[in-house]
Design a protein around this ligand. Structure first.
Ligand code: G1P
Length: 277
């Protein structure tokens, strides 16, 4: 079964400069919790226990976040403030964290391939932590996708419809609809102009990938923006086997930019923080 979740987290976060000049974008807080922790919680809630994080230069704060901070913890021991650390401590007790570095920024496909030594030869999930996904009504997005994986045993991408003039920001899929919320992918293009887009169904930052994706990425030439794209490797997988696209239930916020980040903050403040969740 799926045990591991890969977090590509080496990107520069240029849309959030200057905040991300010396701080990883994955550490930006939504209310009082960093984006990476929302992602790890979603993975843990989906039954995944091994968190594999692909970091880069300037990303040490990510490792420190999931580690003991002796001085601080000693200082607040026995006080009211300890409760603020309980969520992070619980993750540290129930999950393992392993790290590797992406030395050169050559795209999302390359970042995923850099995580191969942490994943090995088994299917795995991928979370892009700056896409914050929340479902207040039921299972989180990864849980929904893992349930599908159990049924179909192939790679799955999460999708959402976007306005036609936004296709240039996403990987866009087209395919044969096999259930109200599932498509069998037959076309996939990375960040097309609206006139070149095969549909308006955009990939968002949640993937289930079978292990053969690594060899496919290794054989993938640089594509859009001169980067090695996971979208191109997935297209090859779709041609030779099966890739599904799943219209998930829940909210997704693009926290890589100011607008989505503010929306996420307001949403989390009202629906989680104020309610003590
Ligand atoms: C990446 C993927 C893209 C996907 C997006 C989701 O792009 O390459 O296919 O739609 O994540 O957030 P990025 O946003 O890293 O440029």
């Amino acid at each position: 079964m799926i045990r591991k979740c890969l977090f590509p987290a080496a990107g520069y976060g240029t849309r959030f400069l200057p905040a991300t000049k010396a701080m990883p974008k994955e550490m930006l807080p939504v209310v009082n919790k960093p984006l990476i922790q929302y992602g790890v919680e979603e993975a843990r809630d989906a039954g995944l226990q091994h968190m594999a994080i692909v970091t880069g230069r300037g990303k040490r704060a990510l490792e420190d976040h999931f580690d003991i901070s002796y001085e601080l913890e000693h200082q607040i021991r026995g006080s009211e403030k300890e409760k603020f650390l309980s969520g992070t401590r619980e993750l540290m007790e129930t999950c393992t964290f392993s790290y590797t570095r992406q030395v050169e920024m050559k795209g999302l496909g390359h970042a995923i391939l850099s995580g191969r030594p942490l994943i090995g030869d088994e299917p795995f999930a991928v979370v892009l932590a700056d896409d914050l996904c929340l479902n207040l009504e039921g299972d989180g997005v990864l849980s929904q996708m893992i349930a599908l994986y159990k049924q179909f045993r192939c790679s799955i991408v999460a999708i959402q419809e976007v306005p036609n003039d936004q296709t240039h920001k996403y990987g866009i899929i087209a395919g044969e609809q096999i259930r109200e919320d599932i498509y069998r992918v037959n076309s996939m293009v990375e960040k097309p102009k609206p006139e070149d887009a095969p549909s308006n169904m955009a990939i968002i930052g949640r993937y289930i990938l079978t292990a053969d994706i690594f060899d496919l990425i290794a054989d993938t030439e640089p594509g859009k923006g001169g980067e090695i794209q996971i979208t191109d490797a997935l297209m090859k997988q779709a041609q030779s086997g099966c890739v599904l696209a799943y219209k998930f239930k829940g909210h997704r916020f693009d926290c890589g930019g100011a607008e989505g980040y503010i929306d996420a903050t307001n949403f989390c403040y009202e629906n989680l923080y104020k309610k003590g969740l």
